[in-house]
Each structure stands twice: as structure tokens, then as C-alpha cells.
Design a protein around this ligand. Structure first.
Ligand code: PLP
Length: 379
């Protein structure tokens, strides 16, 4: 099956009861058993639920994995990964990453003895110096949020294999429509399915996808033991979202390209960050690692300060000023005060998240309306 067919049919089985085309929302906590110890495949919904199974099979299919696990949020999915490790273990992470992931690493798991090394992972050679015999995982987000840098998954995966280190990739920004980390050698793919996969800004949900059965078993154990599962309704909504992922992504990419064309010719715009710009430092990697450049754009305005950013973002009418991304509607975000406020200012500015930076999640509206809206706000 090719990708577009997989988003609709991947991992799905025919419903036997009434031939329902969509899996029913099995809003049940428990399942009747015929005899003690004998059940019909499901016992208790923390462990399994048929609607969640349908979603988990779909997730595995679209990421070219063998196992999918769905969680109550992207962060609870990351939380499960971190519980694979023991005090003293080291994790190397991108320094330009989602603020909530940084907070979970630095404020929660650090106190349980995990050591995190935050670094710019764009140069694979430099990563070699960061690896010690306690290094257990490399955490990669690519494109990075909000600076849109790219990290070479395939070259890091070779380094990881040589050193017996797990490679986990947060694929939230690219989605499997644009990038398939497992095919590039990653061990774990993580998603905030809240964003593009569900795609309609109506659900919080996280996902992990792996190929290896032992790793899958360890993660299922943690998912069931800690219990941060998603409910049947949210599973259903995410599964429904995935069915149009390819059509939405095509339009997200198209609209982003149109907006880049407009912004790059606008005299008030200073820096533009999008992997599809030929002057982007990782443009060549973007062309091979991704099949398109995505719907996320960041930019700064000339002489931009916090006040001018406030003025621009408050004048937007079609774009909504809000956290999150990946929905059908266009959003604008001010990383320094919103999504990345949990990262200390000096660390934040080192990676480029300055006060004048604005991040756009380009939706699937008519691009003319989006451009007109940006134009009036910036002028
Ligand atoms: C939103 C987001 C997360 C966290 O996911 P939640 O579903 O909000 O818990 C992690 N990584 C990235 C890149 C995100 O955008």
C-alpha cells in the first residue's frame, strides 16, 4: 500500500458486528469474560480498547513501523520513553526543541537522576564528543521548533547503532507524509498527534511508533503500568484526522510556499526560517530527508522588538494568536512568551528564539486571504 491509501486503510480491520466503516467508539472501561482467565481479546480499557487499537494500527502503518502506542498527550508519550532509563543514564537532546519537552527533561526527569545534554545536533561529527558509556538515547526534533533547523536522522542513526544508543525522533512537525524516521534508521518515532495527525485542533493525543518487538513490549508495559492512555473518543477523532492527513499536508505545504514568496519580498521582514528556502543552511538535507517542506514558518521583522511583535500579532484577523500548530486553521505564535517561555531566556536566545520572532502554523485556507491578512498586520 502507498502512503495515501495507508492513511485511510492502514492497519484497519473490517468491523464484524454491523459492518461499520469507521471503528465504533467503544466507550467502555471493561469487557465481559466467559470464564475466569478467558476473555475475547479485551479485558480492561487501560490495557487495550478496540478504538485505540484501530488508531494504534493506523499509526504503525503510516510510519512504516510494526507497533503503535497511543497516549493521552504527546508529553505522556515522551514520559513513557524516559521511563525506559535508570538513574545515571544520559540522554543527548537537541537544544532547539519544544518547550514542554525541555521542561519534562529538565524539571521532572533530571531529579530522578537522568542526565540531559542539550546541544546543537546539526553537525553529526560533534555529537561523537558528547557520547559517553552512559549515553542511552539521542533525542531529535527535526525540523526544530521554532527555528526550522534540520537534523540528519540517517547519519545520527548510524552513529547510534555503532554505539548501541537508541534514537528517538519527534516527528510532530514533519509528519510521516513528509518524513519517515524509522525508514531512516530511528528506533522510536514520537508524535504530538494533537497537531497535524489529528489536525483539527480538537484533541490532545500522543503517539509512539517502533519496529522492534522487545522495545514495543517495554513501552506497552510502561503505557499500561503508568496508565497515560487516550480515551476512545479521542482515539476516534485522531483516526478520523489521519484519514485526510495527506490532503491537508499537501495544502499546508502549498500555502507555506506562497507565504514565503510573499514574506521574502516584503521590505519589513528581516529573517525567514523555512527549510524550503534555497539559502536555508540545511536546504540540501531538507530535499533528501523530507518529501516537502511543511507548513511551519518563523520570521523576524526589521527593528522588531516585543512591542512591534505584539502590534503585528494583535492585528491579525484570519490567523489566530494561539499556542499549538498543525490544525486546518492558521495560527500565529510568539515563541518567547508562549510555547518557549519555559526555556530560560539566555538559552532561548542562543538558539535564535529572540523576542521579535513570530512563528506561523499555516493552515489550509485560501492563501490569498492569509497573505492579505499578514500584509495588513505587518504594514
Ligand atoms: C505540542 C508538541 C509536543 C507536546 O505534545 P502535547 O500533545 O501537547 O503533549 C511535543 N513536541 C512537539 C514538537 C510539539 O509541537
Amino acid at each position: 500500500m502507498k502512503f495515501n491509501t495507508k492513511t485511510i486503510h492502514g492497519g484497519q480491520i473490517k468491523e464484524k458486528g454491523y459492518g461499520a466503516v469507521m471503528p465504533p467508539i467503544y466507550q467502555t472501561s471493561t469487557y465481559s469474560q466467559t470464564k475466569p482467565g478467558e476473555h475475547q481479546g479485551y479485558e480492561y480499557s487501560r490495557t487495550h480498547n478496540p478504538t485505540r487499537t484501530a488508531l494504534e494500527n493506523s499509526l504503525a502503518s503510516i510510519e512504516n513501523g510494526n507497533f503503535g502506542l497511543a497516549f493521552s498527550s504527546g508529553l505522556s508519550a515522551i514520559d513513557a520513553i524516559l521511563k525506559l532509563f535508570e538513574p545515571g543514564d544520559e540522554i543527548i537532546s537537541t537544544n532547539d526543541l519544544y518547550g514542554g519537552s525541555y521542561r519534562l527533561f529538565d524539571k521532572v526527569f533530571k531529579k530522578f537522576g537522568l542526565k540531559f545534554i542539550f546541544s546543537d545536533l546539526q553537525n553529526t561529527e560533534k555529537i561523537k564528543d558528547l557520547i559517553s558509556d552512559r549515553t542511552k538515547m539521542i533525542w531529535v526534533e527535526t525540523p526544530t521548533n521554532p527555528m526550522m533547523n534540520l537534523i540528519d536522522i540517517n547519519s545520527i542513526s548510524r552513529l547510534c547503532k555503532k554505539n548501541e544508543i537508541l534514537l528517538a525522533v519527534d516527528n510532530t512537525f514533519a509528519t510521516p507524509y513528509l518524513q519517515k524516521p524509522l525508514d531512516l534508521g530511528a528506533d522510536i518515532v514520537m508524535h504530538s498527534a494533537t497537531k497535524y495527525l489529528a489536525g483539527h485542533s480538537d484533541v490532545i493525543l500522543g503517539a509512539l511508533i517502533v519496529k522492534d518487538d522487545i522495545l514495543a513490549e517495554q513501552l506497552y508495559f510502561l503505557q499500561n503500568s503508568s496508565g497515560a492512555i487516550c480515551g476512545p473518543m479521542d482515539s476516534f477523532l485522531t483516526l478520523r484526522g489521519i484519514k485526510t492527513l495527506h490532503v491537508r499536508m499537501e495544502r499546508h505545504c502549498f500555502n507555506a510556499e506562497k507565504i514565503i514568496e510573499f514574506l521574502s519580498n516584503h521590505k519589513k521582514i528581516d529573517k525567514l526560517y523555512w527549510p524550503g528556502i534555497s539559502t536555508h543552511p540545511n536546504y540540501e538535507l531538507a530535499k533528501t530527508q523530507m518529501s516537502g517542506f511543511g507548513g511551519m514558518i518563523s520570521f523576524t521583522t526589521k527593528n522588531g522588538d516585543f512591542k512591534s511583535v505584539q502590534e503585528i500579532t494583535s492585528k491579525l484577523k484570519v490567523f489566530t494568536l494561539a499556542e499549538s500548530l498543525g490544525g486546518v486553521e492558521s495560527l500565529a505564535n510568539h515563541p518567547a512568551s508562549m510555547t518557549h517561555a519555559s526555556i530560560p531566556k539566555d538559552l532561548r536566545e542562543k538558539t535564535g528564539v529572540v523576542d521579535s520572532l513570530i512563528r506561523l502554523s499555516v493552515g489550509i485556507e485560501d492563501h490569498e486571504d492569509l497573505i492579505n491578512d499578514l500584509n495588513q498586520a505587518i504594514n
